[in-house]
Design a protein around this ligand. Structure first.
Ligand code: SF4
Length: 627
């Protein structure tokens, strides 16, 4: 047990942001402490105030933000009382920071060596050769291959994983007592993520450093944290040691987060969803902030803000269920994870058929590399290099692999958004690549694509009605204007959107709702195959659960086949009938989902599966892959 005083104590921190709609109470009375040499994970979905908490601690708030009250003590010293000049010394020397996106956090016009050298110059007495040697030592410590030749590289010359290593080297340059890591691996592939997490653990052991880890990923928390705090709507709602939290998540919101994780065990039923949305932080709250979404809410929850209640030693939740004075209802929250039972009423998924709907034979997509004034072709990038696969009607084939492996190019090649350099795509017996533009347009209603980013894949100037109707008009289906409008209403209802929403524009919707609009647009033309290109990777886990349920429900009702492009193994376990693993433009392994996931044969598949962070529940054998 760690009896030393905590390195960081945050007390009743309140940070407000001024926005166009009023004051946003981004951090609203947050208190916690980080033990020495420990990793404290702040867990929550986007918009709950995690990053604002971190920025408040480092006093790096945007112009619109201000700290209203509270206390942030680092080694007993209140950082909020320090003048800015003293705070500059604290940042970089006693507090190191790593952000989510290494590409935008590094200076693009300075070499990596110069950037680390600048930190040393600012915060240490090292100069000249000694500083250079320290730069190389740091790059070596974070595992950058061949530091001597890389030290003069610019950020754009490095891969995402290498850039994140440089960010870590920068953050650790002055051996800080506390490292704030804000979603340090979210932008990275799963194998690189495993390396970076491993590196952080090793460096923490060597340097005795504390880490404030900010993440939305339960798998990362499970692998890294000693202590966990769950944030919701600007407040911490649960706090516990890691094992206690994973054995017995107490707050109804935490329990829902667990229940929304897809995995093999949830294949036969719908995932739990959290109804409604995170409340706006502009309004003042009366009562529990989770009340509108909670299955256990009763009158007291809506009238009184819950105080901290003890669940067990070192484990507390901000919830009336654990308040004995209010007539504890603890038993109600225990037992099976809330939400699972109610949402498991879905019927079996449509069995599909064995008839191939889509057959891809030896597909090649090469991109020419041009050089010189005449732009002569001097070579080719073989993005897809001879892949073959089959998708059956009403079934799901998952195409998995890391970024850059060629998955998206395969998807675009199949729906003929990219010309093929070789091979063929047969849809229902017809070779699509041999069709004329007019004939291809006629077939387009049969195969649609949903893109990864619901923010950029919808035209911001079109209303939902026009977006959904556009395909019908282009392909001449759906009858006259009136019947098309009725059809739009029916489709919006199918994807869980109210018909009154059809007159709104995309910016008026959340990420999950936008992805529903994208799905509605695809469904409008009654496709038999949908290529889903990472449709949930930009979404929070609870919203992801809604979309996965919806896709499976539509498949069971309409017998649609999916080619599901993803790097998320837990989604594959939940959804896929078959799996194909891609690496550097080729498929290295394919087969039934059960076979590939349970007994992978190819070394790359094994590496991919073993790199996935797992939610380990103490005392249970189950290990759930998360995000
Ligand atoms: Fe649900 Fe009430 Fe607990 Fe809030 S206080 S989480 S509404 S049971």
């Amino acid at each position: 047990m760690n009896l030393a005083p905590p390195i960081l104590e945050v007390e009743n921190l309140r940070t407000w942001l001024s926005g166009s709609e009023g004051v946003v109470r981004a951090v609203d009375g947050v208190s916690f402490s980080v033990g020495r040499g420990e990793t404290f994970a702040l867990l929550g979905e986007s918009g709950c105030g995690k990053s604002m908490t971190a920025l408040s601690i480092a006093r790096l708030l945007p112009d619109a933000g201000r700290i209203l009250s509270g206390c942030v003590r680092l080694d007993g010293q209140d950082l909020l009382q320090l003048p800015e000049s003293a705070m500059r010394d604290v940042r970089g020397s006693r507090i190191g920071m790593i952000f989510q996106e290494p590409g935008t956090s590094l200076n693009p016009v300075m070499t990596v060596g110069a950037q680390i050298g600048e930190v040393l110059l600012q915060h240490t007495k090292l100069r000249g050769r000694a500083a250079q040697a320290r730069v190389l030592e740091l790059l070596d410590a974070v595992g950058l291959p061949d530091p001597k030749s890389r030290v003069d590289d610019y950020p754009f010359q490095l891969s995402g994983g290498m850039k994140q290593r440089v960010m870590i080297a920068l953050a650790l340059a002055c051996e800080p007592h506390l490292l704030i890591a804000d979603e340090p691996t979210t932008a990275l592939d799963v194998t690189i993520q495993a390396q970076v997490l491993d590196l952080l653990r090793t460096l923490q052991k060597q340097m005795g450093m504390s880490i404030l880890l900010i993440t939305h990923d339960l798998g990362v928390v499970s692998e890294m944290a000693h202590h966990v705090a769950v944030m919701y709507a600007g407040q911490i709602v649960e706090s516990a040691r890691r094992d206690d939290f994973f054995r017995n998540p107490a707050h109804p919101y935490s329990r829902k987060l667990f229940a929304s994780l897809p995995d093999r065990q949830t294949r036969d039923r719908n995932l739990a969803v959290i109804r409604g949305r995170v409340p706006s932080l502009v309004a003042e709250f009366h009562g529990c902030r989770f009340a509108d979404r909670c299955d256990f809410a009763w009158d007291l929850c809506r009238a009184t803000d819950p105080a901290w209640n003890i669940v067990e030693s070192n484990h507390a939740a901000r919830c009336h269920l654990y308040n004995e004075a209010a007539g504890s209802r603890e038993g109600e929250a225990g037992g099976p994870i809330a939400g699972m039972a109610q949402s498991s009423a879905c019927g079996p998924v449509h069995p599909g058929t064995d008839a191939p709907l889509l057959t891809v034979n030896d597909m090649k997509v090469y991109f020419p590399v041009r050089k010189g004034i005449l732009k002569r072709v001097v070579g080719h990038v073989k993005a897809v290099d001879g892949i073959s696969l089959t998708v059956r009607a009403g079934r799901t084939l998952a195409l998995v692999g890391e970024s850059g492996s060629g998955k998206t190019t395969v998807g675009k090649g199949i729906v003929q958004l990219l010309p093929l350099s070789g091979g063929s795509v047969n849809f229902d017996g017809i070779d699509l690549s041999s069709l004329s533009a007019g004939a291809l347009r006629g077939r387009r209603r049969d195969f649609q694509i949903i893109f990864q980013d619901p923010y950029s894949s919808l035209n911001p100037r079109m209303r939902v009605l026009d977006i959904v109707e556009e395909g019908m008009i282009a392909l001449g289906i759906g009858g006259d204007r009136q019947s098309r409008a009725a059809r739009v209403d029916a489709i919006l209802a199918q994807v869980g959107l109210g018909t009154e929403m059809k007159y709104r524009y995309p910016h008026e919707f959340s990420g999950g709702q936008r992805q529903r609009i994208a799905i509605a647009r695809a469904l409008a033309v009654e496709p038999r195959l949908i290529v889903c290109d990472e449709p949930t990777s930009a979404l929070d886990v609870s919203v992801q659960a809604q979309i996965l349920n919806l896709l499976r429900d539509l498949q069971s009702r309409l017998c649609i086949a999916y080619l599901f492009i993803t790097h998320n193994m837990s989604v594959v376990e939940f959804l896929a009938d078959e799996v194909a693993v891609m690496y550097l433009g080729k498929i290295v392994e394919q087969g039934s989902a059960d076979l590939v996931l349970r007994s992978p044969q190819h070394a790359y598949t094994k590496a991919l599966l073993s790199a996935v962070p797992r939610v380990r529940i103490p005392g249970k054998e189950k290990a759930v892959a998360a995000g």
